[in-house]
Write a protein that binds this ligand. Structure first.
Ligand SMILES: [Mg+2]
Length: 251
């Protein structure tokens, strides 16, 4: 493993304020938005569908533009970071890995993240690239900046359909984190446990897993994924019992 790339929402940062800001903009209680996001998550749908339930036909990009124009765009600061972010990224860098943050967020969110001076070599967002996950073109951009071949690049995210499946389809290795609504709900789904190279509970689980992987000499000799996905998990029923691959030391 040479490069590790992190999703942003609910991988590095908690999305409380993101959804609360939408609730405030739409004039509904935060819990209403959160509950609707949860409904979308369990159905494997885009979480932004929660907003479209409240405002049928809503163009989310356009609506976000209106928020920005009103001075009510994204806020992102140190308090939004999960507490394991800084220690995990620093330890991964100490292992000699190139650390990249690349996820679906606004350009403004990218500016705010870079201002946090994370221990990362590059921080970039989908709006800055002009392409968003799960589009495979996003992962091609990831590989453009990875400085490593796909099989030596690990993408880490909470969202099966946006992170895990397209990353693996593009030849990257992928880790799923049980964090946030998608991460918790889908962690035990067989499509996730079968597709993920690793399933973790915390970012600080990653350095030891990668170090062990290097020791085992598996970094350049992996087999292909059991299944290639390009959409939401096939079975959107109740998550089954957890059954993560044995590579996952933490879970
Ligand atoms: Mg995410």
């Amino acid at each position: 493993m040479e490069t590790i790339v992190f999703d942003i929402g609910e991988t590095l940062v908690r999305d409380d304020r993101l959804w609360a800001a939408w609730a405030d903009w739409l004039g509904v209680p935060p819990h209403t938005v959160s509950a609707l996001v949860g409904a979308a998550v369990t159905q494997g749908r885009d979480s932004a569908d929660a907003l479209r339930v409240l405002r049928p036909g809503m163009d989310v990009t356009e609506a976000y533009g209106a928020r920005v124009a009103a001075g009510r765009g994204d806020h992102l600061g140190e308090r939004d970071l999960y507490p394991d972010v800084r220690p995990a990224l620093a330890e991964l860098r100490a292992l000699g890995l190139r650390v990249i943050v690349a996820g679906n967020r606004s350009a403004r969110a990218g500016e705010l993240l870079r201002a946090l001076d994370l221990p990362a070599d590059l921080v970039v967002t989908s709006e800055e690239w002009g392409v968003a996950k799960p589009d495979h073109a996003f992962f091609e951009r990831v590989l453009d900046v990875a400085g490593a071949p796909a099989h030596a690049t690990l993408y880490v995210g909470d969202h099966p359909a946006d992170d895990l499946f397209p990353a693996r389809s593009c030849g990257l290795r992928a880790a799923h984190i049980r964090r946030g609504p998608y991460g918790h709900w889908w962690a035990d789904h067989p499509d996730v446990t079968r597709t993920a190279d690793w399933c973790v509970d915390a970012l600080t689980d990653l350095p030891a897993l990668i170090a062990a992987d290097r020791t085992a000499g598996q970094g350049d000799d992996r087999t292909g994924p059991d299944a290639v996905h390009d959409g939401t998990p096939a079975d959107t029923a109740d998550p089954p019992a957890h059954n993560c691959p044995p590579l996952a030391g933490s879970r």
